[in-house]
Design a protein around this ligand. Structure first.
Ligand SMILES: Nc1ncnc2c1ncn2[C@@H]1O[C@H](COP(=O)(O)OP(=O)(O)OP(=O)(O)O)[C@@H](O)[C@H]1O
Ligand SMILES: [Mg+2]
Length: 265
């Protein structure tokens, strides 16, 4: 049986995320094609593959930013394929972006406070009628945002406009932003990209600490040292398909994976 077939299983009771036969086509182009896998609660799973393999497109489908062409996704046994990003976020799945784009003129703190959805203050009449609740919620959100900014080491910059942040600091801001909602599952799109080595160590430490507290991660990353040290299992995508998954050492030595990378070099 081909190795990727082993992922095509029925719903596992222990799976936090279950993906079955997921495809996202653009016209005749198969950006993601028949991808099936499951993710156990508590894992830090890596997702690697050459440029254009379909990794970000898969994230877009999982987080509701793109409607899958076909296929099913369950989060904690609840079907979420095709649901809105806000609904999926509220169900406990949060994602970061490959290229973070914070609101440049808003402060770092305000950017982190934007995260929670369904805020009472978003609805005008509720806002007007329930001022106390709104004020309380804003206070709680501010407190949570400050907590996570401190966690990622950005407290000193909380009043600065987000435009002053370096690429690596923007990655940390993204992490703080998603953590405000205390998600069960966090999808990180290239957390190490453009990050200097010292900051990268910090990001790895933060992910490890959050995982120890129960957060599950799925991480797209091109930095193989980071993947090998942090992720288990590692899944490999190429040309829209899930090629193989397993320990980092095993998958990186797999001839199909070597060929997939060489083929696009
Ligand atoms: N909205 C879209 N319309 C058409 N094609 C798209 C769209 N989004 C992605 N694609 C194509 O789908 C393929 C997969 O893109 P994707 O961004 O998912 O790759 P990736 O694995 O994340 O690559 P990278 O490592 O470079 O970030 C690419 O060929 C891309 O051009
Ligand atoms: Mg990508």
């Amino acid at each position: 049986m081909p190795e990727n077939q082993t992922h095509a299983v029925s719903i596992l009771p222990s799976a936090l995320l279950q993906v079955s036969n997921l495809s996202r086509h653009f016209g005749g182009y198969r950006a993601v094609h028949k991808v099936s896998f499951s993710l156990t609660s508590g894992a830090i799973c890596g997702l690697i593959g050459p440029n254009g393999a379909g990794k970000t497109t898969l994230f877009n489908c999982l987080a509701g930013f793109m409607r899958p062409t076909t296929g099913q996704i369950w989060l904690d046994g609840v079907p979420i394929a095709g649901a809105s990003p806000a609904k999926i976020f509220a169900s406990g799945l949060a994602r970061t972006f490959q290229i973070p784009r914070p609101f440049p003129e808003m402060s770092v703190l305000e950017n982190v406070m934007l995260a929670p959805t369904n805020q009472i203050g978003e609805r005008f009449w509720a806002n007007w009628l329930r001022m106390d609740a709104v004020a309380r919620q804003e206070r709680d959100t501010r407190e949570a945002a400050r907590h996570w900014l401190s966690f990622v080491g950005l407290s000193d910059l909380e009043q600065k406009p987000a435009r002053v942040l370096s690429g690596g600091q923007r990655k940390l801001l993204e992490l703080a932003r998603v953590m405000v909602a205390r998600p069960k599952l966090v999808l990180l799109d290239e957390p190490g990209a453009g990050v200097n080595p010292a900051l990268l160590d910090q990001i790895v430490d933060k992910i490890t600490a959050l995982n120890a507290q129960g957060t599950t991660f799925l991480i797209i990353e091109h930095n193989m040292d980071l993947v090998a040290s942090l992720c288990r299992p590692v899944m490999v995508m190429a040309q829209g398909e899930l090629l193989v998954s397993g320990d980092a050492d095993t998958v990186l030595a797999d001839p199909r994976v070597v060929e997939a990378y060489l083929g696009t070099a």
